[in-house]
Design a protein around this ligand. Structure first.
Ligand code: PDD
Length: 293
């Protein structure tokens, strides 16, 4: 079964999908996106992802008209056509095609692209042993809550970390607080309290982050959205990172400092147990590509 794409109303093989080089997404990264996962063909946290897509579009003054209302049926059709069980669904909406000028016309038609690929199986050894992170200064823009396709700073952060042998890097604020990694949110357990940095413009308000906070609320796990200094992270009992692609990955060490005992802690394991069954099944499955995603 091939990976498939949807481009402005038409489904087809991903390999055949095309978009104009005058699309402002290509020229200016003028667009927003979501990564959604379907577990056993059911999109996870779909309404939350669609709400964030609308907020992101609002944040860059990109009128979506009825697009978001159409997305659930497009997504269901894509799931049906691709035939995979666990699926990574990428949704990108750009301002559309126009002659290359910074100022855009007021009457543009957005370009809508979705892709449907088999969700890569996570590396069970990373889940079991945790990831090694480094830290870096913040070279990103100041509107990180907008899920913009302009990800060059994040790409540079991740690739620099990988070149230095780390899984990813944690972005530090000017105050030396930890914010998030290049593509995941960060949690720590400090003095028995689950803590994550507040949802301001310096982080993406992750859907997995929201899911974890909901579980913590329901399970009465003490938690707070509060700044975490780098020192507090290094002294934490546990830490983990979250995103749609990785679900939860424990953090083993930061810049060589072991977090807690250096193995996934009880809160991390407890939270992981609340994810859909196919995430938990991955625990048993070895992975072909240990570095991804
Ligand atoms: N990344 N922070 C950043 C900067 C991210 O890019 C992401 C997600 C997250 C976690 O958000 P969520 O839980 O909604 O996936 C946090 C996606 C998966 C990506 O760009 O591939």
């Amino acid at each position: 079964m091939p990976d498939i794409a949807y481009v402005n109303g038409t489904f087809g093989d991903l390999a055949d999908a095309v978009i104009s080089i005058e699309d402002r997404g290509f020229q200016f990264a003028d667009g927003v996106y979501e990564v959604i996962v379907a577990h056993e063909r059911r999109p996870f946290l779909l309404d939350d992802h669609l709400a964030r897509l609308e907020q992101s579009a609002d944040g860059i003054d990109l009128p979506l008209g009825g697009i978001v209302g159409d997305l659930p049926s497009i997504i269901n059709e894509g799931i049906r056509r691709c035939g995979y069980t666990d699926i990574t669904i990428y949704v990108q909406i750009t301002r559309g095609v126009a002659s290359r000028e910074h100022a855009y016309p007021s009457d543009m038609t957005p370009s809508i692209v979705l892709t449907f690929k088999r969700k890569p199986v996570s590396d069970s050894s990373l889940r079991k042993n945790g990831v090694e992170l480094t830290t870096t200064t913040d070279i990103r823009w100041s509107l990180c809550s907008i899920k913009s396709i302009a990800l060059l700073a994040n790409v540079m952060i991740k690739n620099d970390a990988r070149k230095r042998g780390f899984y990813d890097a944690i972005v530090l604020s000017e105050e030396n607080d930890v914010l998030e990694t290049s593509c995941a949110n960060l949690f720590a357990v400090c003095d028995g309290v689950l803590r994550t940095p507040p949802a301001d413009g310096r982080i993406l308000h992750g859907m997995t982050r929201g899911f974890i906070l909901d579980v913590a609320r329901k399970e009465r796990i003490p938690h707070e959205e509060r700044a975490i200094s780098l020192d507090a992270l290094i002294a934490a009992e546990e830490a983990f990172i979250t995103s749609t692609s990785i679900d939860i990955l424990p953090v083993k060490c930061v810049d060589g400092h072991k977090i807690g005992t250096g193995v996934p802690g009880s809160t991390t394991r407890r939270l992981l147990s609340h994810f859909p069954a196919s995430v938990l099944a991955e625990e048993q499955t070895p992975c072909a590509n240990p570095q991804s995603p």
